[in-house]
Design a protein around this ligand. Structure first.
Ligand SMILES: C[S@@+](CC[C@H](N)C(=O)[O-])C[C@H]1O[C@@H](n2cnc3c(N)ncnc32)[C@H](O)[C@@H]1O
Length: 261
């Protein structure tokens, strides 16, 4: 792509972002109207905005034959961060409600046999069988019922399966030691800045993920925003494990446990 074409693409994208997320239609229709003019330029523009995606994919544990789901997967760009690791997995299913972005994902899937594309809502989609890994990449902040989306993601995981999330956030007013504490301006500015484009930057997602999956690791960082010369938006990368199912004890084991008390 020439420099002029790239600039034109940026212009179309920024213009759509300035107009904001359309209102008064269904969530899926609003997303489709918002992303349709940007879909062809989405990957290139978001490369500069959506940081930490590759770091998330690198942190996902992938056993041979793993089944993976990305909820809110858009154009399927993240599939390419797996690189040759994708050869070992059984499937990577991209789930999204936005038809114009899924059209890009379908083109991508022509070159990646493990890639499956599903038009469905992240809060209700369930695969045929439980999966090994589910992740959200900058999608939770765009899903109005994000609690339902997280619950749905955990429900589709096998016991011991892994949930990954990378997304923007701001901290709560007071955070425990070891977490990034954001000042009042940061906590106020970023939610307002992104809200216009349907992105709900929240202080609640990250604590809720930690609470739901206590066996987890995370990093917090900040990223620059294209065409915004000041300020760096905070984001986090989270990887948590669903508890493995407790084995039911046989009556003999229960009996010997009682004796040993
Ligand atoms: C910022 S984009 C991120 C796309 C992709 N994950 C990435 O990293 O490039 C957010 C995505 O979430 C999708 N999305 C929003 N609400 C959704 C929902 N309820 N179900 C499925 N996808 C949803 C949007 O259509 C969009 O593709």
């Amino acid at each position: 792509m020439s420099r002029l074409e790239a600039l034109r693409g940026d212009f179309a994208t920024v213009q759509r972002m300035l107009r904001g997320m359309p209102r008064g239609t269904s969530h899926a229709e609003a997303l489709s109207a918002f992303y349709a003019p940007q879909a062809r330029h989405y990957d290139r523009f978001r490369e500069r905005l959506l940081q930490g995606r590759e770091a998330l994919i690198e942190r996902l544990p992938l056993a041979d034959g793993a089944r993976i789901v990305e909820l809110g997967g858009g154009t399927g760009r993240n599939a390419e961060f797996f690189r040759s690791k994708l050869d070992r997995v059984e499937s990577l299913t991209i789930v999204d409600v936005c038809a114009p972005l899924l059209a890009q994902a379908r083109e991508r899937a022509l070159g990646i046999p493990q890639l499956r594309i599903v038009e469905a809502d992240a809060t209700t989609y369930q695969p045929d069988e439980p999966v090994d890994v589910v992740y959200f990449s900058y999608a939770l902040t765009m899903i109005p019922d994000w609690r339902a989306a997280i619950a749905n993601a955990v429900a589709m995981l096998k016991p011991g399966g892994v949930l990954g999330v990378v997304d923007f956030h701001v901290s709560e007013r007071r955070v425990p030691d070891g977490f990034a504490q954001h000042g009042a301006l940061t906590r106020a500015f970023w939610p307002i800045w992104f809200r216009h484009d349907g992105v709900r930057v929240s202080s609640q997602h990250f604590p809720e993920l930690r609470r739901l999956l206590p066996d987890h690791a995370f990093v917090e960082a900040r990223a620059g925003v294209p065409y915004l010369p000041f300020g760096r938006v905070p984001y986090y990368v989270f990887v948590g494990r669903k508890p493995a199912m407790r084995r039911r004890l046989s009556s003999r084991e229960k009996y010997s446990q009682r004796l040993s008390r």
